[in-house]
Design a protein around this ligand. Structure first.
Ligand code: TYD
Length: 136
């Protein structure tokens, strides 16, 4: 599967059931990479923000499993805001995109699926360096 050059929303399967709904994702059929790591962000106080960095090479998929939050994704040239509040939408954030998660609702749960193992050297934390890397 092709990794788009910019952020994109993926519509995941949603199986309605009398007991509720079920959604899922599988390597390569719903997301364009093999999963190497999954982490989740929770207990974020309402209204709080998280993040503010980019990765050199890692690609991530973010899902609001519960509650809602906004994600601002900056390519270095333009900024896009995505409001996630349904667990069947997944936001794909490609490498070299600055991601800030904000406006968390109380008791929200953010699931992040990554194509890489955790590596602090993947992080770009300096905005000036990010602008330099993306303004090529
Ligand atoms: P993160 O939110 O990715 O970055 P920041 O350092 O900008 O807050 O990570 C928060 C902390 O969690 C940081 O100390 C690194 C650690 N961490 C891991 O150990 N493994 C992981 O997979 C992730 C995402 C973070």
């Amino acid at each position: 599967m092709y990794i788009p050059p910019g952020p994109s929303l993926i519509n995941l399967p949603k199986i309605p059931d009398d007991r509720g709904n079920l959604s899922f994702l599988e390597n390569k059929s719903h997301i364009p990479f093999d999963i190497k790591r999954v982490y989740w962000i929770y207990d974020v106080p309402g209204g709080e923000a998280w993040g503010g960095h980019a990765y050199h090479h890692s690609c991530e998929i973010i899902i609001a499993l519960a509650g809602s939050f906004d994600i601002v994704v900056h390519s270095g040239k333009r900024s896009q805001l995505f409001s996630l509040n349904r667990s069947y939408f997944a936001l794909l954030v490609p490498p070299l995109h600055w991601k800030t998660m904000q406006n968390f609702s109380t008791n929200s749960l953010a699931l992040v699926v990554s194509d890489s193992h955790y590596d602090p050297n993947q992080y770009i934390r300096d905005w000036a360096q990010f602008k330099e890397l993306t303004n090529v």
